[in-house]
Design a protein around this ligand. Structure first.
Ligand SMILES: Cc1cc2nc3c(=O)[nH]c(=O)nc-3n(C[C@H](O)[C@H](O)[C@H](O)COP(=O)(O)O)c2cc1C
Length: 166
């Protein structure tokens, strides 16, 4: 049974799970893909509830999300999907059917085009409202993370809906 999830609980589940990896799913035209993410924040900006994601340009997901309208964040609440998190974070949708490999199924979301993940208890639906490539700075951490200059693109999505299946 699916129900709408209040924002405070959405934030709590997101923060509980982000460090060990959750899924990002997006669609554009006839291409849909999911990948594992762990660098992301949830917060309040521009008077809106916002999820910010960081996607490297090498990802197949980037190829899709660069022109996409929206994305979903898919959070498993148990450890049952640990293998799937690993597969979606090490294989590319460019040359592997990760959904088949990890036995993961997509389902329609409630308001955005990007689908949700059936096996994830919590799905957050976000409309992309801001994006910006990161750029070089003097900060030592930034220099360590980007020796090849492959800066993440920072993408902010407004949360339009969040659901939990009990
Ligand atoms: C735990 C974990 C967290 C990750 N977090 C991110 C992230 O926040 N941003 C990113 O661009 N890649 C991240 N990755 C790497 C992508 O998930 C990985 O490169 C994936 O294979 C890309 O798939 P794709 O080519 O189908 O898009 C992470 C990988 C793992 C294992």
């Amino acid at each position: 049974m699916k129900r709408n999830l209040p924002i405070e609980e959405t934030v709590r589940y997101f923060n509980q799970k982000i460090r060990s990896g959750i899924f990002l799913t997006t669609t554009n035209g006839n291409k849909t893909n999911s990948m594992t993410i762990a660098w992301s924040t949830i917060g309040y900006v521009w008077n809106k509830n916002i999820v910010t994601i960081y996607v490297r340009p090498q990802r197949y997901t980037y190829e899709i999300i660069k022109d996409a309208e929206d994305f979903t964040i898919n959070i498993p609440l148990t450890n049952d999907l640990d293998d799937a998190i690993r597969i979606f974070g090490t294989k590319s949708g460019r040359d592997t059917n990760k959904f088949e490999a990890a036995n993961i199924n997509l389902e329609p979301s409630t308001v955005v085009l990007s689908p949700s993940i059936q096996e994830c208890e919590v799905n957050i639906e976000c409309r992309i409202i801001y994006r910006q490539p990161m750029c070089s700075g003097n900060d030592a951490v930034v220099e360590t993370q980007y020796p090849a200059g492959d800066y993440h693109e920072v993408i902010c999505g407004e949360i339009l809906a969040a659901t939990i299946s009990d």
